[in-house]
Design a protein around this ligand. Structure first.
Ligand code: SF4
Length: 249
């Protein structure tokens, strides 16, 4: 566990875009007014977060009471949270490499995501500024073709609402892939990741939550998609970089 500034902590161990013909609107509205936090409330919520994170670290639901086939290995939940982070990356689930290391995005996908966000590795792993909360906390195993299985369906209903209920500082959520987009955008998500990102409007859901930016997965598997859609790099990524940088300072 990485510990900084007392109440701020990170949990690591045991743990497919905007319409190409449309300009990306000014996303200034993504930022709600930043109010002075109540220190007493912050301390209470930090304690609640630490307890909940500990519960997640010790979760064995997918081996002891699975919905269907049990997890084929020991659970190792991988997430990074803190009570001060203003940015949250909501990905899919750890792959085999992350399952082994316990550290998220330690692969070429992570390099590309950091490049998209315009952050250094040190900034990316600063849990005080960036939370990383996948839809499934444990590596779900491989399918018959050797691909990663989808995130365990037990995980999000069990933990997600409680977790985000005590992360009041989150202002910007990067929704990487369809699972996170469907969960956090609800009916605002299209049937495909491409459709969701095409339809994205930076002003979405400003009245009832943090700004949401849907993104494709930064995997090499999307290289062909990225080549077919160069507008993603010229229109969307500058907005993403700007919004991230604003919240890193
Ligand atoms: S995937 Fe989620 S619900 Fe399943 S064991 Fe891991 S932490 Fe628990």
């Amino acid at each position: 566990m990485h510990v900084r500034k007392g109440a701020v902590f990170a949990v690591v161990e045991r743990n497919e875009l905007h319409h190409p013909e449309r300009a990306v609107p000014d996303p200034g509205g993504l930022r709600p007014p930043r109010l002075s936090p109540d220190p007493n409330r912050q301390t209470i919520m930090a304690g609640e977060l630490e307890r909940l994170a500990s519960d997640i670290r010790h979760c064995r639901r997918c081996v002891e009471a699975p919905d269907g086939t049990p997890l084929p290995h020991e659970p190792r939940p991988v997430l990074r949270v803190s009570s001060h982070a203003r940015i949250c990356i909501c990905g899919q689930a750890p792959g085999s490499r992350v399952h082994a290391s316990g550290v998220p995005f330690t692969d070429p996908s992570g390099d590309r995501l950091r490049d998209w966000m315009g952050v250094s590795e040190a900034e990316f792993y600063d849990a005080e500024r960036i939370a990383i909360i996948p839809m499934g906390f444990c590596f779900p195993g491989l399918d018959a073709k050797g691909g990663d299985l989808p995130p365990r369906k037990e995980c999000a209903p069990l933990w997600r609402q409680r977790l985000f209920g005590i992360l009041p500082e989150i202002e910007l959520m990067l929704l990487v892939g369809g699972y996170a987009q469907r969960w956090h955008m609800g009916t605002g998500a299209a049937r495909s990741v491409t459709g969701t990102v095409r339809n994205w409007n930076p002003g979405d859901r400003l009245d009832d939550g943090p700004g949401l930016i849907p993104l494709p997965h930064p995997s090499w598997r999307n290289n062909a998609w990225l080549k077919r859609n160069p507008w993603f790099g010229t229109r969307v990524l500058p907005v993403l970089k700007r919004e991230v940088r604003t919240r890193m300072e």
